[in-house]
Design a binder for this molecule. Structure first.
Ligand code: PRP
Length: 218
């Protein structure tokens, strides 16, 4: 009992919204709970489970890998798109299997030809690193990348860009705006990431957690 009191807290950074709720459901299945977090009216930013020596906090998705890289959180859960785009020094340890969607090159049908002929096109995206990696390193096509912060589908509609690189889940946004998927960049889903120092220092606890989660995710 004395030991338990001195055990250090493991801190989780979760991405605000649907992903966080899904993660908590998953953690509950392996006996990890956080009662405090159920109170939807709470304005608290950090939640503690004293018994299990765990802390949880919610942040904006792109900040999750930042907290984990600097060790402010030991563990993070965020979409694969964010893990790739932020490119932080963290270990990606588990595909949690939910939050499934695809990173795609999208645009009007006519833009398909521009892609085929490797023309120098304009690509609007919230994910410049992923777009660069795809066009420059995988397709060997020189393109101009324009960073946007949301509603990226507007790019080809208003004539800012020829295509976009964006997340497609149901395809509804594309359909309603007269655009379609032209190429698939990669499949996406929620990932668990770990701080490399935490992984070494708290190996047994973190690895135990990964194994228990693996059993229910596979
Ligand atoms: C995401 C993405 C697409 C849309 C795809 O946007 O950027 O716009 O969801 O989903 P669908 O295929 O099911 O229509 P988000 O809602 O996160 O907002 P944003 O456009 O402001 O980034």
């Amino acid at each position: 009992m004395e030991n338990k009191k001195e055990e250090r807290y493991l801190t989780f950074a979760l991405c605000k919204g649907r992903l966080a709720n899904k993660t908590l459901e998953l953690l509950e299945q392996i006996g990890i709970t956080c009662e405090e977090m159920r109170d939807k009216d709470s304005r608290k930013l950090i939640f503690v489970n004293e018994e299990q020596r765990l802390k949880f906090f919610l942040s904006k998705g792109p900040d999750v890998p930042t907290y984990v890289e600097y060790g402010a959180a030991d563990i993070g859960v965020v979409g694969a798109d964010v893990v790739m785009e932020e490119n932080r020094r963290v270990y990606e340890v588990l595909d949690l299997g939910f939050g499934k969607c695809r990173m795609c090159v999208c645009g009007p049908e006519t833009a398909g030809e521009l892609l085929k002929h490797h023309e120098r096109i304009r690509v609007a995206t919230k994910y410049p690193l992923i777009a660069k990696e795809y066009f420059f390193n995988k397709k060997h096509q020189t393109v101009d990348i324009i960073k946007l912060n949301g509603s990226v589908e507007l790019g080809p509609i208003v004539g800012l860009s020829d295509v976009i690189v964006d997340i497609v889940e149901t395809g509804g946004t594309l359909r309603e705006n007269g655009l379609g998927v032209l190429e698939e960049v990669c499949p996406l889903s929620a990932r668990m990431i770990v701080n490399p120092v935490s992984m070494r220092m708290e190996y047994e606890r973190i690895n135990g957690l990964i194994h228990r989660l693996k059993e229910i995710c596979e």
